[in-house]
Design a protein. Sequence first.
Length: 273
Amino acid sequence: MNDSFKLFEVIGNPAFSEHTLGTEGDTHTVPPVLSQTRGLIGQNCDSGLSSPLPSDSFKYLSWRDLEEHDVRGNQLRCPRVREGPSEEELFFRGEEHTLKKRKEVTETEKWQKKLQENWENCAELNLSFQDLGDLYQVENFNNILRRLIRVEKLWLVDNSLTDLSAIRLPRCKELNVSKNHFTSFKQLPKIPQIQHLSLAENNIMTLSGISALRHTPLESLILKRNPCEFQENYRQLVFSSLPNLKTLDGVPQMPEDCSPPEINFLSKMCTIL
């Protein structure tokens, strides 16, 4: 991948499939696991250790460059946006060979690696739980979103997102942005083809701006655990604003949701008894 933008995905360790429990009378053999001292220890049925995850052998891995591969960005299930080691870190780690290769990369090679990321042809992508803790991650995360011109299903859960209004997802039909920091519908990306939208556990105060979704084919909307959920006539207001909506917060449209909300002119008055 691009040296300034690297992704890592653990897709399992094939070696584990070669270690199975023997038949009755045979010696029990199970996958070796890494100890806390990075050594291999044998695991048996009486060891008290739980079965390791397929990614167990990678848990002490800090960074590796994968060269001469044909893996494309749209083939990754849950890519992570991370910055590689700095030149100073590579030097102190005694990896000058990596530093030399990095400096020898031409502009043509950089462009070819960018094409290999292939985000433009990605149809389904999970970029949740990115832990966007520095500027590098935020910038490259947004760069990926701008390139998702053909994505149809996108998950961006728990990324501390506040504003994606500058992003356009022209083909997105399913978007999950739960557990972020949105405060208004106006901060959502442009999603003209959206059918299923989850905004659970954000901080959307009112239904102001929801009309921006009125001309979309939106059928399912989740607004659970947002302050706007406690607004008077909440369900009636949402369904009246979104004519194509069929389900709100996992509950299908009810007959009482179809009636127009009553306008209470005294609702803003304070009554003291």
